[in-house]
Unconditional design. Structure first.
Length: 227
């Protein structure tokens, strides 16, 4: 069963404008939710945060929260393909993602915030034809049995992204949470081989918190796709 959970979520823009303040929201599987309110009350901002298009400065969006880590966008020296680097980990960015996020071209060699949803992280031992470059190794700190799914908490070897001193939430922990099949044999103390769905990565601007997508405009270059 899927669900959406917002726990005391706040969105504050540079300059101090608060668009959403301490929003609590629980939406169960199959439930229809309609947000109603006057213009400027934060409806669109709330939906953009749920969709992963906006960062927030406090609380968490769950089941469970999106993993947010400080990362850097680099170009592979051998293939010239783009990759995102965080800690000791390097994930290739697929050609289709490059096409869908042309604004990434402006972030080559720059620090960004990388977002990976827990449902996009899998036990590599259970995956058929797993792509080795998309596998990261995470020391497992906690395994939680939650009905039809297992949540695995793994250390990422670098600081998780924190949006400010007031952001006392799961993002201040240097761990990633993966939602896995109950068939996984991963346990606490293991160094898990985790397959990341690199086609579902999220990218955010470090300064503004906005999603990095954009459109290809005149005179702009795009990241090269691997041959």
């Amino acid at each position: 069963m899927s669900r959406i959970v917002l726990d005391s979520v706040t969105k504050r823009y540079p300059g101090g404008t608060t668009a959403v303040q301490s929003l609590d929201l629980h939406v169960d599987d199959g439930e229809l939710l309609v947000l109603v309110g006057p213009s400027g009350c934060g409806k669109t901002t709330a939906l953009r945060m749920i969709a992963g298009l906006n960062l927030f400065v406090a609380g968490f969006i769950g089941s469970p929260a999106m993993n947010l880590v400080d990362a850097r966008l680099e170009r592979d020296e051998q293939s010239s393909a783009p990759a995102v680097v965080f800690g000791a980990h390097r994930l290739p960015i697929p050609p289709q993602v490059v096409i869908e996020h042309p604004a990434l071209a402006r972030y080559l060699g720059r620090d960004i915030v990388l977002g990976i949803r827990p449902e996009d992280m899998h036990d590599a031992e259970l995956a058929r034809d797993a792509d080795p470059p998309a596998i990261i190794k995470l020391p497992v700190k906690l395994r939680e049995e939650l009905g039809s799914e297992v949540q695995v908490h793994g250390a990422i070897g670098t600081a998780a992204h924190v949006s400010g001193a007031e952001a006392e939430d799961v993002r201040s922990l240097a761990t990633m949470v993966a939602r896995m099949s109950p068939k996984t044999t991963i346990k606490e103390g293991d160094v898990a081989r985790v397959l990341v769905d690199t086609g579902a990565l999220h990218f955010f601007d470090r300064a503004t918190g906005e999603s990095i997508r954009g459109r290809r405009g005149p005179g702009r270059t795009t990241l090269p796709s691997p041959d």
